[in-house]
Design a protein around this ligand. Sequence first.
Ligand code: F6R
Length: 261
Amino acid sequence: MEIVICRDAAEAGRLGAAAIVDLLQRKPDAVLGLATGSSPLAIYDELARRHEAGEVSFAHARGFTLDEYVGLPADHPETYHNVIRRDIVGRVDFAPDAVHGPDGLAADIPAFCRSYEEAIAAAGGVDLQILGIGTEGHIGFNEPGSSLASRTRIKTLTKQTRLDNARFFDGDINQVPTHCITQGLGTIMAARHVVLVASGAGKAEAVHHLAEGSVSAMWPGTILQHHPHVTVLLDEGAAGRLQLSDYYRETYAAKPAWQGL
Ligand code: F6R
């Protein structure tokens, strides 16, 4: 796991976007795993800027989103289907229907979850998965206690996650759905490169566990310690509780440029 402590979230965004641009130059039809929420916004803003500047095209790329609320009407502005279109998909040149997400209104949720796993596999698997992390350590919506081998399925959101996300629902936790469909930890682990981004002191404890804690279902992101290629992009606040922060800074400062992320 490579830990990169950036000056601020904008620098983390530039690095994350650069990894995606490099990938699309090597492999124009790459499969991207897209997260929603605040954490990836700096990456998405930079990707939109670089697309506008003619530096990157998504015309042949494919995408799969991580998760979706269950039961929100299709025209609700906070469905992750609508959020991801606002934040990135509609700002670049993805082909129509190139980006898929869980169907939070599926009549048969287990059957839908199986078909989502099959669609990711049929696309050849995810080349680069963007992740955020919850204050209690979730990735996707794999809340504490999730099976470390889980696949796409329905989950109950914790009260903490619903409180954290109430900011998108007029500050009212009662408007935040109680259930979601999320890619599982096993699904996320199958991605070839994982880029996790976190900013602010509110994420510092989760980031400390992620990188330096014991692997445990209590801090689901810790499963990424078993992944061979994870890049963690942090600002100073999110890095605030890391025990080895000096070592991470020295390592990144001395990294040969040819290595990339
Ligand atoms: C979003 C997702 C979540 C968020 C996490 C952090 O698709 O899967 O794991 O990444 O809740 O959310 P933000 O970035 O809003 O702090």
